[in-house]
Design a binder for this molecule. Structure first.
Ligand code: NCD
Length: 310
């Protein structure tokens, strides 16, 4: 029996295979409710706090939409770095102590790795990591898994190419280890300077799957079932010249898809800059907007599970 009640969601690799299955199956049930326009009251009388110290569109909106669709309420600080007491020097630990009297579950996004953990150290309510710097983005990984399962009908035995800024991208840091755990092969496509950090790639190699590192997107695309494209994380570059040197390195366009494995699906956590040509939007395997939509049922599942109401 899987029970996630009271748990924090800090890293994607904290979950067992059974827990992942349970989260995705719960999300599927919520997706059915959404399709049927059922009115849910699972979280009635409860409050979700969203504490965002870094820009976000999808993550914050989909969490807030998820809570609204569960019949709960939301309190929110959007530019917490300037408008919250962080500007006065309050620690996240103290923020955690205080926030538990205002909410039942809290989602935090912050530019520093480890920040969600620090908040969780102070808070007795479940803390969900909505992205901590270049660290982790576990809820994105779960909605990515949900999307792959939906689009490909399976979550194992696939070859997934992770493309772009693998050094700074927290979505790939979260997703890659879980894909390896579930038995998928990984092709890591990046410029050498933006390779997957050792601590992540070493963890991948602990699983009996193929892990290949390459700079060649066309070659990777020929053998992949999923192209998971990411943007160069401009805000994480210390020297703007380094960003200029790598921007535009990889572009997925229809010409590339023609040479890719038939039926390949294209994913992206969004926002995209120039790494997927707009013409790809008409390709039936372009899954990135469906992927963004999946954020709502997956986050409905996570909120309900950690709140212990399902
Ligand atoms: C991602 C993030 O914030 O890490 N966005 C998201 O949550 N969908 C990806 C990105 O910003 O590149």
């Amino acid at each position: 029996m899987v029970d996630l009640g009271g748990r924090d969601v800090l890293r994607a690799d904290q979950f067992t295979t059974d827990e992942i299955d349970h989260i995705l199956n719960t999300a599927e049930r919520f997706a059915d409710h959404l399709r049927n326009k059922d009115r849910l009251n699972t979280m009635a009388g409860r409050v979700l706090a969203t504490l965002f110290y870094e820009p976000s569109t999808r993550t914050r909106l989909s969490f807030e939409s998820a809570m609204a669709r569960l019949g709960g309420e939301v309190v929110s600080v959007a530019s917490a770095m300037t408008t919250s007491s962080a500007a006065k020097g309050e620690t996240l630990h103290d923020t955690g102590k205080m926030i538990e009297s205002y909410a039942d579950v809290v989602v935090i996004r912050h530019p520093l790795e480890g920040s969600a953990e620090e908040l969780a150290g102070g808070a007795s309510i479940p803390v969900i990591n909505g992205g901590d710097g270049t660290g982790q983005h576990p809820t994105q990984a779960l909605l990515d898994l949900y999307t792959i399962r939906q689009e490909r009908g399976t979550l194992s035995g696939l070859t997934v190419a992770l493309i772009g800024d693998l050094k700074n991208g927290r979505t790939v840091h979260s997703l890659a280890p879980v894909l390896a755990l579930l038995g998928n092969n990984l092709t890591l496509v990046s410029p050498r300077s933006l390779a997957m950090p050792d601590k992540v790639s070493d963890a991948l190699r602990a699983h009996p799957v193929n892990v290949v590192e390459t700079e060649n997107l066309a070659e990777a695309a020929a053998d992949s079932d999923v192209l998971y494209v990411t943007r160069m994380q401009k805000e994480r570059f210390e020297d703007p010249a380094d960003y200029e040197a790598v921007k535009g390195t990889y572009v997925v366009d229809l010409a590339l898809i023609e040479k890719a494995k038939p039926g390949v699906i294209v994913m992206h956590p969004l926002p995209r800059v120039d790494e997927i040509a707009k013409e790809v939007d008409t390709y039936e395997g372009a899954a990135y907007f469906r992927q963004a939509g999946n954020g709502v049922p997956v986050r409905m599942a996570l909120i309900s599970l950690v709140a212990g109401v399902v």
